[in-house]
Design a binder for this molecule. Structure first.
Ligand SMILES: NC(=O)c1ccc[n+]([C@@H]2O[C@H](COP(=O)([O-])OP(=O)(O)OC[C@H]3O[C@@H](n4cnc5c(N)ncnc54)[C@H](O)[C@@H]3O)[C@@H](O)[C@H]2O)c1
Ligand SMILES: O=P(O)(O)OC[C@H]1O[C@H](O[C@H]2[C@H](O)[C@@H](O)[C@@H](O)O[C@@H]2CO)[C@H](O)[C@@H](O)[C@@H]1O
Ligand SMILES: [Mn+2]
Length: 445
């Protein structure tokens, strides 16, 4: 009999919460729950999701105690896991992160370039507060953190909470591997055993084997050289790729791959390798935040309200995707000592031999009751090393700017981003971002 777990989802009002609830319910044999709690600092938003999830739990797993609260003590007391996915400033602030750089002809993106830097400055205090709640009320718990920008958040937690039990994670490699599995006819992305290195949203694969040890890369590379990570025909059953912007991003991996055909790129590298192209294809009046508000957020909240009004979730369209699968699998590995191999964002300490020891890198780790043990990825080539070192300096400067309330360091961070053409443009963007983030950032000196 597996020991039952108590979980709090921080950011209960997130568009991803219902998917994680579906995954948790479907996994009661592998990851049984005694309590599930939601915590959010926006009670009204969270209530919409919680009212629907209460019905889902009541109908499908009534043995689980369910609580939704905005009180930190109630939320964080007696929990084994905090699954965090907050968005400080919400989707409207994401919209500004995207639109302000675009106004200056620079990539406008949630986690990359100046937009990601602005979001990092908002996220740091929000995530640190969650860690403090966890340490105060459930000091033995693990926090599994999706809140973005994960690289900057990871660097901030490394410095501010060096002994905390927090693991920062990203589902992009998981989603790419799912796409690759579909392309080469494997049942599941989990069937790919990979070697990968980099920073979050900034990495490369060097190896993909099947579980028997057969090299999958030749077949995958043949496909990626023609189609990127997109399908080779119009037929596509990957729900993520139903959105044109995600399909473009998956297909654009073809161009990132052409820069180094020895490795396979993360999709996010397009923002650094082809920023001119990305800007040319962006609409500065309707960015990804607008698409998300018009599509994912609207659909999820409408479904929550439909379930609540019907009083039953018998026909709910909510489903658990790879995003939910990954975080629940990670919690299971920590709780039940499975030694599964998963890509996590962790302190380097030699995992990538020729990067600084204190870089927060994304590498495969073995996950067990002991926590995570990074696997050695060895020495990486000059091209990737150069790109990573530049981006790592950006991320470190952002955290230093936050801690020292330094305008100068934030200016240096934006100037150093590969997405930004000059210090003049960096200053113009920064001044607009300071204005837009007054309610969230520390006052910069
Ligand atoms: N790491 C990854 O690969 C990955 C994947 C998907 C989503 N995400 C991240 O997950 C987060 C949620 O995304 P979303 O689109 O669902 O956002 P969302 O705006 O729909 O939900 C975020 C929730 O967080 C709450 N919140 C904001 N600040 C808070 C705080 N300080 N304390 C408690 N709650 C707070 C909001 O009220 C909201 O309900 C984002 O950070 C997003 O970037 C990360
Ligand atoms: O623009 P968005 O909000 O749709 O996506 C931004 C996030 O993109 C990645 O997450 C994907 C994920 O890879 C996929 O599996 C599925 O769950 O959709 C997500 C996007 O909706 C990325 O890893 C995240 O960090 C981004 O926040
Ligand atoms: Mn991610």
């Amino acid at each position: 009999m597996l020991k039952k777990q108590s979980v709090v989802i921080a950011g209960g009002g997130s568009t991803y919460t219902a998917g994680i609830v579906m995954m948790l319910i479907e996994n009661q044999d592998k990851f049984p729950l005694r309590t599930l709690k939601f915590y959010d600092n926006d009670g009204e938003r969270q209530k919409i999701v919680a009212d629907a999830c209460a019905i889902i739990i009541q109908e499908r797993a009534p043995e689980i105690e369910f609580i939704a609260t905005t009180e930190p003590e109630e939320a964080f007391t007696d929990v084994d896991f905090v699954m965090a996915h907050i968005r400080v400033g919400g989707l409207p602030m994401r919209g500004l992160d995207e639109k302000i750089p675009l106004k200056h002809g620079v990539v406008g993106q949630e986690t990359c370039g100046p937009g990601g830097i602005a979001y990092g400055m908002r996220s740091i205090p929000g995530v640190i507060e969650l860690v403090e709640f966890m340490e105060q009320y459930s000091p033995e718990a693990w926090m599994l953190n999706y809140s973005n920008p994960a690289s900057i958040v990871a660097e901030a937690t490394r410095i501010l909470k060096p002994d905390s039990k927090i693991i920062n994670i990203c589902d992009m490699p998981v989603a790419i591997k799912k796409g690759i599995a579909d392309i080469i006819g494997l049942a599941d992305g989990n069937d790919i055993v990979d070697r990968y290195y980099g920073l979050n949203h900034f990495g490369w694969w060097t190896e993909m084997l099947d579980k028997s040890g057969n090299d999958l890369l030749p077949k995958i590379k043949e496909h990626v050289a023609k189609w990127g990570y997109g399908p080779s025909s119009v037929e596509n059953d990957n729900p993520l790729l139903e959105e044109a912007s995600w399909m473009d991003t998956f297909q654009k991996a073809k161009d990132s791959y052409s820069v180094d055909p020895e490795t396979l790129p993360n999709t996010y590298l397009k923002y650094y390798l082809f920023p001119d192209d990305v800007v040319a294809h962006s609409d500065p009046t309707f960015t990804r935040a607008d698409e998300v508000m018009a599509n994912r957020e609207k659909t999820i909240f409408a479904e929550c309200q439909r379930v609540a009004a019907a009083g039953t979730a018998a026909e709910t369209s909510f489903e658990a995707g790879e995003h939910a699968e990954f975080i629940v699998q990670l919690a299971g590995a920590l709780a039940y000592n499975t030694y599964e191999r998963m890509l996590l964002i962790v302190e380097n300490n030699g995992a990538v031999a020729n990067l600084p020891l204190d870089a927060m890198v994304e590498v495969p780790c073995l996950v067990s009751k002991r926590g995570y043990e990074p696997l050695a990825m060895g020495i990486i080539p000059q091209f990737q090393k150069g790109m990573i070192e530049q981006q790592l300096a950006v991320e470190k400067l952002v955290v230093q700017a936050y801690l020292e309330q330094s305008y100068q360091k934030l200016l240096q961070a934006i100037t150093l981003s590969k997405t930004v053409p000059s210090a003049t443009v960096a200053k113009a963007i920064l001044d607009d971002l300071v204005e837009a983030n007054q309610a969230y950032w520390p006052v910069l000196k």
